[in-house]
Write a protein that binds this ligand. Sequence first.
Ligand code: GDD
Ligand code: GTP
Length: 428
Amino acid sequence: TTKAVILVGGSSRGTRFRPLSLDVPKPLFDVAGHPILWHCLAAVQKVPSIQEVYLIGYYDESVFRDFIKEAASEFPNLSIKYLREYQALGTAGGLYHFRDAILKGRPERLFVLNSDVCCSFPLNEMLKMFTEKDAEAVILGTRVSEEAASNFGCIVSDNHTRRVLHYVEKPEGHISNLINCGVYLFSTDAIFPSIRSAIKRRADRPSRLVSYPSSDNLMESSFVEYDNDDETEKNEVIRLEQDILSDMADSKQFFVYETKDFWRQIKTAGSAVPANALYLQQAWQNGSTQLAPAGPNIIQPVFIHPSAHVDPTAKLGPNVSIGPRATVGAGARIKESIVLEDAEVKHDACVLYSIIGWNSRVGAWSRVEGSPTPVANHSTTIVKNGVKVQSITILGKECGVGDEVRVQNCICLPFKELKRDVANEVIM
Ligand code: GDD
Ligand code: GTP
């Protein structure tokens, strides 16, 4: 049999997802009408040999309780459990800590998914490659631009056999534009011994300094928080990427399955907008019945929660999600945006490339707008008049935009009232 683990992280993470992660843990944020995590489970459910899924993270026990309850009835073939790390153990540390639970029932294979990616999760294809190659590990890879590649784990593979020759996590220079999508399939006989040797190597080595990733621009840096775990805690962290994968490339039957389908990371709050678009397009292609019914003012794909109220003269789409109990007034125009629970978009307002937070109000004839996010550089910042700004405009929870006010490329923290036009700012 096969099991799956979804790495959900914890409350010290997701800082780049602020202000949205101030109110809901990132894995539970809704895109295309469902929590980010739901989309992972929907993919896992399509693998017939999987019956058990573990969410591993260090959020409080209560965080996923309701979600798991609902998911259990929606995905009746899956048993879903949350396993809580007492502290951040790293992407491999959590797996190792819970190895007894994971290995119960002697599964031969284990899928490991990062929860913060948006992707078609071609798990069955990975499984097929795993069997065909008699692999010990298969990693999902995708091609990105040369400039973007160094923000990810980079894979050098044999073009013909697809064998992974080298793996380098976020390299300084350019080594490959084939990157790690954060989705793996391991043989249980290979992964746990590999983690054990990494822990052993670690113990044999004198302690070392820990370096933190630096933020690449000012606006983002205001959301960055360094955790100040002391050295002993840091030493318990075992990361798949840095501590395991490059070793596997040297010693194991390690292959890469390259997807040509969509893939995006969900790190910044703004990246929820492209993720929403990609999952809506996927639902549209699959003929999902959950999308909005066709109408003269609906440009598909559009998701409207059954409890939302949208005036028939409002024009919505493409790539719009309207959350529970939200209201959209007459003559409004919404495109490439997410409108969250209980938000109100008044008549003749225009919302483009934006996220309207829970309970926020957007005034009549106002404009709340971002800009299209450039696909190639996998980033949610753009350069406007020589300055880096947020491409997506985000209103945190309970914000208000006055009538006829224009908000462009801004991030607005919760409870702010915008009475004048603003552009290219973080409003704190
Ligand atoms: N349970 C648990 N415990 N989960 C964790 C921990 C931890 O200590 N640390 C991170 N995670 C989860 C995060 O929530 C996320 O889903 C995933 O593990 C990876 O997060 P990061 O460690 O922040 O890595 P990254 O996203 O910068 O990069 C990884 O993903 C990229 C693809 O999105 C790497 O695997 C890259 O190589 C890869 O390209
Ligand atoms: P479509 O008319 O939907 O085809 O839009 P477009 O793709 O040609 O234009 P764009 O994406 O730039 O903008 C979206 C639409 O919203 C434009 O047609 C704008 O004229 C319209 N729009 C702009 N401001 C408002 C507003 O305040 N109210 C309404 N109802 N529409 C507006």
